[in-house]
Ligand binder design. Structure first.
Ligand SMILES: Nc1nc2c(ncn2[C@@H]2O[C@H](COP(=O)(O)OP(=O)(O)OP(=O)(O)O)[C@@H](O)[C@H]2O)c(=O)[nH]1
Ligand SMILES: [Mg+2]
Length: 303
């Protein structure tokens, strides 16, 4: 085992990945880690919880914190929970990675920027999705404009989905971390349990396969998770808010639920490197997403 944390020049600290929904925060984390830890989708508000991703190198351990996109959708308790999970890290980390989309600055980005005004940690601006720019000439003026908005430590254009310039992000973060021993053992990648990650994978399939509104009103609860060496048996319930939503998820003769389940099972098998039996139920719990107590019972406790 390489020496982790004994050398005086070792660095270790926390870097939060923040920004509005859908800019590619979780994709960035997954590429840095070289594995799929945090779920991603084309729909905004995919990530709902803080998720730690630990990257251990020879001279540095960076503990990344993926966060839900900060958003302006007001009202329901789950939206408040997500915004809390996103903003509560701001004063608890050593570095902030503020992710934005190249050429697509919005009011929600301005709202994030406003939150950074009273934060003492250095902020690196990550300009993501540069591959999507029709005209590469647009990048420089975009960056110049943003650099006048805030005193960013660095501005790094990347394409997270292709892993382009990701090393630069890691190096910039490492330089800003305090000296100190590693907090996590070198083989630990996250603080989250396999049970939690399995629920997330199931939720990813829901978000990816269902209509625009449904993902916001569904959540996944793992009822049973048993491991007997050769097989991991998982019983999970998908909670929705109405009978109509339940019917949509189940699909004709159960076809959609079956295909969701198969996709989720395969991903969970890859994650666990084990055979998995997955049993999915769909239940209606009216108003769960706006009920603080129901939310806590479904894993949305204070972070
Ligand atoms: N073209 C392109 N697409 C990207 C890039 N990075 C991420 N995406 C896509 O953008 C979408 C959103 O990515 P996510 O990583 O889920 O975004 P997020 O910021 O974590 O979103 P929330 O969790 O909802 O806040 C997905 O469809 C990604 O595949 C990129 O560099 N280029
Ligand atoms: Mg995300």
């Amino acid at each position: 085992m390489p020496e982790v944390g004994n050398s005086t020049s070792y660095r270790c600290g926390y870097a939060a990945i923040i920004g509005r929904p859908n800019v590619g925060k979780s994709t960035l984390l997954n590429h840095i880690l070289g594995m799929k830890l945090s779920i991603t989708s084309r729909k905004p508000q995919t990530t709902r919880h803080q998720i730690l991703g630990v990257k251990t190198g020879k001279n540095v351990q960076t503990i990344y914190v993926d966060t839900p996109g900060m958003h302006q959708r007001r009202g329901s308790a789950i939206n408040k929970y997500m915004n809390r999970a996103a903003t509560s890290v701001l004063n608890d980390v050593d570095v902030l990675l503020f992710v934005v989309q190249a050429g697509a600055w919005t009011d929600e980005d301005d709202a994030v920027l406003l939150r950074l005004e009273n934060v003492s940690a250095p902020v690196i601006l990550v300009v993501n999705k540069i591959d999507m720019l029709n005209n590469k000439q647009e990048l420089l003026p975009f960056i110049t404009q943003l650099s006048s908005k805030f005193k960013f430590e660095e501005i790094i254009p990347v394409a997270a989905v292709k892993g382009e310039n990701i090393n630069q992000v890691e190096t910039a973060v490492a330089k800003l971390l305090p000296e100190g021993a590693a907090f996590f053992p070198e083989d630990q990648v996250t603080d989250r349990s396999m049970r939690f990650l399995a629920a997330e994978i199931i939720r990813e399939k829901l978000v990816r396969e269902l209509g625009q509104e449904l993902p916001y009103t569904s959540t996944v609860h793992i009822d049973k998770y048993d491991e007997d060496g050769k097989l991991v048996r998982i019983h999970a319930t998908i909670f929705v808010e109405s009978k109509g939503q339940k019917a949509i998820i189940i699909g004709s003769k159960g076809s959609r639920l079956k295909s969701l389940g198969t996709k989720a099972r395969k991903d969970i098998e890859t994650m666990l490197d084990n055979k998995v039996y997955l049993n999915l139920w769909v239940k209606v719990r009216e108003g769960w997403s706006n009920d603080e107590r129901a939310l806590r019972g479904l894993g949305y406790g204070d972070e």
